[in-house]
Design a protein around this ligand. Structure first.
Ligand SMILES: CC(C)(COP(=O)(O)OP(=O)(O)OC[C@H]1O[C@@H](n2cnc3c(N)ncnc32)[C@H](O)[C@@H]1OP(=O)(O)O)[C@@H](O)C(=O)NCCC(=O)NCCS
Length: 148
């Protein structure tokens, strides 16, 4: 089946927001159109912030992926975090997640990204297995967070 990553631009948010809501529901993360919708729209308007793609399979929308940029002295320049990756349940287990991750790696190299980073829930064992299979390694560092 044909697969395609469609780079998203300003004005494309509406085609992804219903899936984004499902992604947040899947993890029971709070979702609001005002907060997540606005942050997503801004990303699509400001390419310096990152990239977003709609994943299509057989001509239908099958998921989305978001890469956001950062900067690291340690890694020698631009780094990118895989902020969100979602494959619709009807399209899972066919290698589409792995295919998407390989394509994103190619895109990241073209964008001069020196290191790809991602967060994965400790209990998301399937996600972890997929990432490990594709060469992602546990940094053994703790990611800490707080509001500024
Ligand atoms: C995690 C997620 C992105 C994986 O997407 P996917 O398309 O199902 O992933 P893949 O099909 O590439 O790989 C998953 C499984 O299919 C198997 N597979 C890979 N290629 C295959 C192929 N060509 N044919 C059949 N099976 C295949 C893999 O071995 C893997 O098996 P596993 O269940 O033992 O891990 C998807 O399940 C998802 O969106 N989940 C909800 C949100 C989420 O967890 N996002 C990640 C946040 S960190």
């Amino acid at each position: 089946m044909s697969r395609r990553l469609q780079l998203l631009a300003a004005g494309d948010a509406a085609s992804v927001l219903p899936m984004m809501r499902r992604f947040y529901r899947h993890f029971r993360y709070p979702f609001s159109l005002r907060k997540q919708g606005a942050a997503f729209r801004r990303l699509l308007c400001e390419p310096a912030l990152g990239r977003a793609w709609r994943i299509e399979e057989g001509g239908v929308v099958a998921g989305y992926a978001i890469l956001v940029f950062g900067w690291s002295i340690e890694y020698g320049g631009r780094v990118a975090m895989l902020d969100e990756l979602f494959i619709e349940s009807s399209h899972r287990n066919r290698g589409l997640g792995a295919w998407t991750l390989r394509r994103i790696r190619v895109a990241a190299r073209k964008l001069d990204v020196r290191q790809l980073l991602l967060e994965v829930e400790a209990d998301n064992l399937r996600g972890q297995a997929l990432y490990r299979r594709l060469g992602y390694r546990d940094t053994r560092r703790r990611l800490l967070a707080r509001r500024p």
